[in-house]
Design a protein around this ligand. Structure first.
Ligand SMILES: Cc1cc2nc3c(=O)[nH]c(=O)nc-3n(C[C@H](O)[C@H](O)[C@H](O)COP(=O)(O)OP(=O)(O)OC[C@H]3O[C@@H](n4cnc5c(N)ncnc54)[C@H](O)[C@@H]3O)c2cc1C
Length: 467
């Protein structure tokens, strides 16, 4: 029998497996995906958020604990556990040397992400290189890795883990870490969580999933049905407006459309529906998925003119361009007259001051609903370009309740040998909202705690059995 079984194959699982192995436990890791798709959503990431009191290798200035905490408090609207959150924040200041030991490399921010140079450490080669490095290290340390092994149920003895089952295969272990992600890839569950809207539509039918197809939430559901304490709202997820042409799964970061604050966004009736210039784009990009999800057909269209080109990170596919607004409307299948009127009304309402995309400038609209409060400039310089937008789900927030040892709870009581890390418990720290890079901070901190605790629990199990 193996000491520690880790279920999942992303960042949290790998951190747990490496820590348990370093603590002397024998470790097996079960990954649902084939080897070439390993690494879950973690393979799509770019950075983690790190506290630091002074400049550190790739991080500039300082990002003290209190500022990180205040940022988290603000984005979650208080839906966070301060004790667990501070644990994550402190761990984020010390984890990088350990990550580097296992082959992860960092790089300074590049243009387009310079606003994160103080708070976020970027992975050289992105999340794909990070998970590859961890897998290499895990293999070298003797972690037994099984691909194509989706776990469908667990055997529990009360609140104790006994074994995991994948089809006809059974895996016994002295302790277990669950790190199998959220349930965003499970379209039926997403449909149920989002329900039907007042127009009789099922919004989730038009969602795209930005990451892996393997996060089906099978174990999350199993654990909740088995009486584990849950935390978070199933309808809450990190949801971004992405290129409507993106694939259903695994489109990743390059499907983001980052020019919303430079133009206008209309729905399929060619009506604007929200202030595109409310705040800096990194602070607002994560609300636009939900805004588009509320529109008819769950679709939006971001419109820019030639003045915006070169001022944002271009998406991977070029937009649709036209020499005139009516031609653009026809190309995008938007009602022509309504579209031209919306843009002309907007253009007339613009009060252009000193345009500056790096500050909350004074270019705004007057007498228009909804207003555009910054960076409002008439859309009047050909060629005009449109990008169709759909809601892109990053991950869901429903998870299992934990304590600072990452133990799964049943009726308020922590399990002695069942632990959870990553997206499966991130809701303890992040009840809603998001701040860039905190997903990997939570997964790294709790993956490492869960692995250490599982190794301790396995050892105690052996001592208990031989006493
Ligand atoms: C496009 C994109 C970009 C992102 N960028 C960032 C970023 O830059 N910084 C950041 O902090 N966060 C980012 N995130 C969020 C980040 O990916 C997550 O917070 C983090 O990866 C969660 O790690 P995890 O290990 O919990 O889950 P995952 O990495 O998703 O891993 C879950 C694993 O469990 C496996 N699995 C699922 N079900 C089973 C089962 N039943 N049996 C066995 N295995 C199973 C999956 O195959 C997968 O390997 C991004 C997400 C996406 C989609």
């Amino acid at each position: 029998m193996v000491d520690v079984l880790v279920i999942g194959g992303g960042n949290a699982a790998l951190c747990a497996a490496l820590m348990a192995r370093e603590a002397g436990a024998s470790v097996m890791l079960l990954e649902a995906s084939p080897r070439e798709w390993r690494g879950g959503n973690s393979q799509h990431t770019r950075n983690l958020r790190c506290m630091h009191d002074a400049p550190q290798d790739v991080l500039i200035d300082a990002y003290p604990e209190e500022e990180f905490w205040q940022d988290l408090l603000k984005v979650t609207g208080g839906q966070t556990d301060e004790h667990l959150a501070r644990l994550v924040i402190r761990a984020s200041s010390t984890c990088r040397p350990w990550m580097q030991k296992h082959g992860v490399r960092f790089q300074g921010s590049l243009s387009g992400t310079l606003h994160l140079a103080r708070t976020n450490a970027f992975f050289m080669g992105g999340g794909k290189a990070l998970v590859n490095a961890y897998y290499r290290s895990a293999e070298a340390l003797g972690v037994d890795i099984r691909y194509d092994t989706p776990v469908d149920s667990l055997e529990l003895d009360g609140d104790r883990f006994v074994a995991a089952r994948s089809g006809s295969k059974r895996f016994e272990a002295r302790a277990c870490v669950l790190a199998a992600g959220g349930f965003e890839s499970n379209l039926a569950w997403m449909r149920e969580a989002w329900g039907q809207n007042e127009r009789g539509e099922w919004p989730a039918d038009n969602f795209l999933i930005r990451g892996t197809r393997f996060n089906q939430g099978t174990l999350l559901k199993f654990m909740i049905d088995a009486g584990a304490d849950a935390i978070g709202d199933p309808s809450q997820s990190h949801c971004v407006a992405i290129d409507a042409r993106a694939p259903l799964y695994d489109g990743g970061i390059c499907t983001r459309i980052d020019c919303v604050s430079l133009g206008v966004v209309v729905n399929r009736d060619a009506e604007r529906f929200y202030d595109e210039g409310e705040d800096f784009w990194p602070k607002r990009y994560a609300i636009w998925g939900r805004l588009v999800a509320q529109q008819p057909g769950q679709i939006g269209y971001c419109i820019i003119d030639a003045k915006a080109v070169g001022r944002f990170m271009p998406p991977v596919f070029p937009g649709t361009s036209a020499a005139t607004l009516p031609e653009l409307a026809r190309k995008m299948g938007l009602p022509e007259a309504a579209f031209v009127k919306t843009v002309e009304d907007f253009n007339r309402a613009c009060r252009v001051g000193t345009f500056d995309h790096t500050v909350l400038d004074d270019c705004h609209t007057e007498g228009l609903t909804p207003a555009k409060t910054h960076w409002a400039r008439p859309i009047d310089t050909a060629p005009f370009t449109a990008y169709a937008l759909k809601p892109g789900i990053t991950f869901t927030y429903l998870g299992l309740k934990v304590n600072d040892r990452a133990a799964v709870h049943f009726g308020g009581k922590p399990s002695a040998n069942l632990f959870v890390a990553g997206e499966m418990m991130a809701g303890n720290v992040l009840g809603k909202g998001y701040t860039a890079g905190v997903g990997m901070s939570i997964g790294t901190a709790f993956g490492r705690i869960a692995g250490t605790q599982a190794a301790v629990a396995a050892k105690q199990g052996i001592e208990h059995a031989t006493a």
